[in-house]
Design a protein around this ligand. Structure first.
Ligand code: BJW
Ligand code: ZN
Length: 253
């Protein structure tokens, strides 16, 4: 209830005030209020309408590149039409409140950057960094078309300028390794921070879900912002049940 949330907010604010190094660890829920769909929310999540195995695996891209490329182009253009919300803005402002801040996101959107967080670590890649599926060289982002690609439309991927291989989205699919440097720096930050603020993630996808767990094991206080219960609940010193765009700004006042 409201009184409980007030108390939790003041506990969380106190933890942040005395922290030297804060890690913010975000998932799809922080972008939900901007209008970007999450993955696992029961009614609105992408995986309730689309089959993950046929869209977000290397096998899916090999079997039907046009379907997979078209789906990611549809999502990229959706992200380009929305704006960061007060949650992303509060995360960016947090750098003026704590001596050291590290932002680690599982999100493939660019809303943290557009809110003013300069170098968030993207554990699952980005919708804005396509690369060649054959030789891995970065490929140019296709021009945004005036006509939005319709949901479910097939779009043949561009061809690599160097080897003519198909260009793929620069995201991390199921069964793929996370970018090594991103994972390393996330592990380093999580094991040396005093507070980890986990926001809008179900905590179900590994190895990313190890990051808040590692912080807790290393002695950091974990603060969680999420309207739903998650497997991270027992780990959290403070649980803030509610939407990120409301609760994150309230933490800074
Ligand atoms: C709000 C809100 C509001 C809503 N405010 N909150 C151990 C056990 C079992 C399986 C595995 C295991 N270890 C690894 C695996 C396999 C697999 C995995 O974890 N599977 C599990 C699902 C069981 N992991 C992998 O395959 C990973 N790779 C790997 O393990 O490689 C091994 C390897 C090593 C060396 C060489 C080769 C291989 C890769 C995982 C990649 C995940 N990719 C995706 C897709 C990215 C591209 C795309 O966008 O399409 O990443 S899946 C999807 O899930 C996406 C997300 O980043 C990720 C996490 O989701 P997130 O952000 O938590 O979103 P949701 O929807 O789950 O939750 C949203 C939350 O927000 C909810 O809690 C809401 O309540 C909340 N919310 N509104 C605040 N307003
Ligand atoms: Zn190539």
């Amino acid at each position: 209830d409201e009184e409980h949330t007030e108390m939790a907010l003041s506990d969380a604010a106190k933890l942040l005030q005395k922290a030297r190094h804060v890690v913010v660890f975000t998932g799809a829920g922080i972008s939900a209020e901007s209008g970007v769909a999450t993955f696992r929310d029961a009614l609105t999540g992408l995986w309730s309408r689309f089959d993950a195995q046929s869209l977000a695996t290397p096998q899916a891209f090999a079997e039907d590149p046009d379907l997979v490329w078209g789906w990611y182009e549809w999502r990229r253009q959706q992200v380009q039409q929305v704006r960061p919300n007060h949650g992303h803005l509060a995360v960016a402002r947090l750098k003026d409140h704590v001596p050291q801040l590290t932002v680690i996101t599982q999100n493939v959107d660019d809303l943290h950057e557009r809110a003013g967080s300069d170098t968030p670590t993207h554990l699952h890649g980005s919708l804005f960094a396509p690369r060649c599926a054959t030789c891995s060289r970065p490929a140019p982002l296709p021009a945004t078309t005036e006509e939005q690609p319709a949901e479910g439309s097939r779009v043949p991927p561009p061809r690599c300028a160097h080897c003519a291989g198909p260009v793929r989205p620069g995201v991390v699919w199921f069964g793929e390794a996370l970018p090594e440097q991103a994972l390393e720096s996330a592990v380093r930050a999580a094991s040396s921070c005093d507070v980890l603020l986990t926001v809008g993630t179900s905590g179900l996808v590994y190895p990313a879900a190890e990051i808040p767990r590692l912080a807790a094991r290393s002695g950091a206080a974990v603060i969680q912002v999420n309207p739903q219960p998650t497997p991270l609940d027992p780990l959290a010193a403070v649980n803030l049940p509610g939407p990120a765009a409301e609760l994150l700004p309230a933490l800074l006042t």
